[in-house]
Design a protein around this ligand. Sequence first.
Ligand SMILES: *Cc1c(COP(=O)(O)O)cnc(C)c1O
Length: 381
Amino acid sequence: MVFQSAIAPNLGLVTASAAAAGATLTIDLGAIRRNYRAIAARLKPGTVCSAVVKADSYGLGAARVAPMLADAGCRHFFVAHLGEAEAIRPLLPADCAIYVLHGLMPGAEAECLAVGATPVLNNLGQIERWAALAKREGRRLPAIVQIDSGMSRLGLPPEEIDRLAAEPERLSGIDLLYVMSHLACADEPDHPASKAQLAAFEARRRLLPAAPASLAASPGILLGPDYHFDLVRPGVALYGVSPVSGVPSPVEPVVRLEARVVQVREIGPGTGVGYGHTYIAERPMRIAAISVGYADGWIRHLGNRGAGYIGEHAAPFIGRISMDSATIDVSAIPGEIPDGTPVELIGAHRTVEEVAIDAATIGYEILTNLGTRFHRIYVDA
Ligand SMILES: *Cc1c(COP(=O)(O)O)cnc(C)c1O
């Protein structure tokens, strides 16, 4: 089945047709479904598998991904912002929970309730405001409480956990669905911080009223069953990218990116290519300008790095990446290269992880930056 995307869910714009767009992003919903099931199958018995669909499902389109995962049986979804919960709430069955990782911004309490989103309460102030709303409403309201176990980002710090332990009435009116925390170094499997955080999480959550627990995102799941608790929160692994940098993905790839040749030219030795002439031809060459640039997430650090593929032939990037275009060396490619020829940038020959290494970043950043100008095709193979 092939669906053409009419609406870019995050922008509300009509996406370009294949001929009108510079590149085509193909997203395999079936692969995301299989990844979800594969992750769920490796969990400790009884552990629930949620899905993290923040940042528009890591750029792949939460409006398509979240309902598909709900059909596959997922009932717990995490987003970062309340606005993201609002966007997907109408698309999900009523029995699906949507948790907002950033919790409650001041003044957002009534909207959070109206949307039917569940906040992840990260400090005593957020707890106080949610409890106050419960009191005003005269009913219990659900929430997750996040505690910091050693990442120093979000969640109650130790002194606030102690205060909450001493004054548990602060939680009155709140249905504590889960106590959660997040690992800082799980993408380095031997890093000692993960064991330390596991121990801190175990100790600190016991200070609070008993509730189910959640600690692991994608890399934490790979650390094994000690980290699974009652619910896991995979994001990047659903989208086919290895959560451990430099390690091949344990899941199926999901995206394919294909740009197109805009123009081919022959150049002689000594000719500079692109802004800043960071590449100078040393011999006669045939080069091609292709229709993807840093505004599409093909970041500037990829200048003079890596290659696109025309059929089975590698065509190395040369020169800087421009906003809307980049240049590749097609000298080694036999035969004509007509305008519009597809150039595979992510797919069978190059993974997101390999592009990330060239770009001196992680697969997460490459994936979430893939552009909104692409023609998008959703397949369910
Ligand atoms: C983003 C995020 C996740 C998902 O992380 P992945 O590494 O993509 O699986 C889970 N939990 C929290 C708190 C997050 O911020």
